[in-house]
Design a protein around this ligand. Structure first.
Ligand SMILES: [Zn+2]
Length: 494
């Protein structure tokens, strides 16, 4: 909850435009140097439960959580965000298509335009419930209930920092105001949540006392907010579990990501009995933001795939992320959960081989669940012959395993000399294949400098030496004949 921070944005891109990553976030066709692959088993063949999974945890809501999506409230506080009504409607509809349970909007008391936007979104007839986030004050609550929202999320600072440096009220005043606002909102037939701000730096006795009081007068949810991002998962578990024993209403949680725990904290909160998680698309919000919607989906699909895929339209994740990234003028980070450029890209040869046989070997999440593709990066020195074989077959080239292996050795040797792209690798495979049957051999990769050619020959010799040693060792150990690859080696001009 960042009510103490000024949510106004001047809409100017302050040097952040398209500046937070080298990728355009695509997981589509333009994935230079990579090949989209089909694996033997896709989707993943089995989902055996982890032997480390908690057993019979009666507090856990991991399989029945709800999402309060706050891109249009917390997200408006992101440095680069400026959403006009048209943008807000696009985001609200996209989130509704995704299937979030609630959409939280900026306080209608913040500005006249905010109030009009709030009213317009309430009239869209979305399936998601519409909430607005207001200070725990009767004046703000009166404005909010007139907009047509389904509920109010009210917030007030309870930490000593906020009581001293922000609103200057004591706990008795806070409790009395909270009870007054709750009574008013309930009398208007609206849902209401009461939350403290900066909960993890608030006095525990104060917190439990006020939450107990609001629970007794029928508040729908109480909220825990790590407003400054200081909490660890263990602290979250302890606080939520303690609170679970004090109140009977739902528990909403809100985690900032300053120290990198926002997703883990959300998960621990659910394990401890929290019911609702606040998210924003790409995690945008005050400072470096809150629990990202996509990151939470990644965590939760691992915990309970059936719940996630039956409740949320997760194939829409990339679409909603691209929409918001575009509107706030940032790139999706290269290592973003699920939709990042390299989220499902396998590079090391040993990984590629296993992935081609069974993707579960090196993937805990099936990209197809999110409508994404799996890639093998074979244009590198780390590639392996299984990946090269897969690529050659995509190019319509059939060779013996020994030939695939030798071709792979040459690709690795060239990649040791210079960075190679997808086109280079395809060209080497094609030329290698051509040379097998041609009287006159062509250079594997035209345009190498004399220095590069010299290095290539040396690199190839080194790789051959290593391979031969391995083969001889294996042959000696198995008392076997000379390996097949030695019989079929073909001289190839580089
Ligand atoms: Zn916040």
């Amino acid at each position: 909850m960042c009510a103490s921070c000024d949510a106004a944005s001047n809409g100017q891109a302050n040097g952040q435009t398209n500046g937070n990553g080298t990728s355009n976030g695509t997981n589509g066709a333009n994935h230079d140097g990579f090949t989209s692959i089909k694996s033997a088993h896709n989707p993943h063949p089995s989902h055996r439960s982890s032997p480390y999974a908690p057993v019979g945890d009666f507090l856990s809501n991991v399989s029945r959580f709800k999402i309060i999506e706050s891109t249009l409230r917390e997200g408006e506080q992101f440095a680069n965000a400026y959403f006009d009504l048209e943008a807000k409607i696009k985001i609200a509809r996209a989130l509704d298509d995704f299937g979030v349970d609630y959409i939280e909007l900026t306080s209608p008391a913040a500005s006249e335009q905010s109030r009009r936007d709030c009213e317009a979104i309430c009239k869209l007839g979305l399936k998601a419930k519409i909430l607005t986030h207001v200070r725990c004050h009767l004046d703000d609550a009166k404005i909010a209930v007139e907009t047509g929202v389904d509920g109010l999320d009210v917030v007030i600072g309870t930490s000593s920092y906020l009581r001293e440096h922000s609103h200057g009220k004591d706990m008795t005043y806070i409790k009395n105001t909270a009870l007054e606002v709750i009574e008013f909102v309930k009398s208007k037939g609206k849902e209401i949540r009461f939350s403290s701000e900066d909960s993890f730096r608030s006095d525990l006795v104060d917190l439990l006392s006020i939450y107990s009081a609001v629970d007794k007068v029928g508040v729908d949810r109480v909220g825990i907010a790590d407003t400054v991002g200081c909490a660890s998962p263990r602290q979250v578990y302890d606080l939520v579990r303690t609170l679970r024993g004090v109140v009977s209403c739902d528990i909403e949680t809100h985690f900032h990501n300053d120290s990198g725990c926002a997703i883990a904290n959300a998960f621990c909160a659910l394990e401890a009995g929290a019911t609702h998680i606040d998210t924003s698309v790409l995690g945008i919000g005050e400072r470096n933001g809150i629990t990202p919607l996509g990151g939470l989906m990644a965590r939760m699909i691992v915990a309970d795939r059936d719940y996630v895929i039956n409740k949320y339209n997760i194939k829409k994740l990339k679409e909603v992320e691209d929409l918001v990234a575009d509107l706030v003028e940032v790139n999706v980070p290269f290592n973003n959960y699920i939709t990042g450029f390299c989220a499902f890209t396998h590079k090391a040869g040993i990984h590629a081989k296993a992935i081609l046989n069974n993707p579960s070997t090196y993937e805990i999440i099936n990209p197809q669940d999110f409508g994404m593709s799996r890639y093998v990066h074979f244009a590198s020195r780390l590639t392996g012959w299984n990946a090269i074989k897969s690529r050659a077959e995509q190019l319509g080239i059939q060779m013996s395993d020994a030939q695939y292996k030798e071709c792979t050795t040459k690709i690795k040797a060239i990649a040791d000399v210079r960075k190679i792209a997808l086109d280079d690798t395809d060209s080497i495979i094609r030329t290698y294949y051509h040379n097998l049957h041609a009287e006159e051999e062509k250079p594997l990769l035209p345009g190498l400098t004399a220095e590069e050619e010299k290095k290539f020959i040396e690199a190839e010799k080194e790789l051959e030496g290593v391979k031969e040693k391995r083969q001889l060792d294996a042959a000696a150990a198995a008392d076997a004949e000379v390996p097949e690859s030695k019989k079929t080696r073909t001289a190839v001009v580089a």
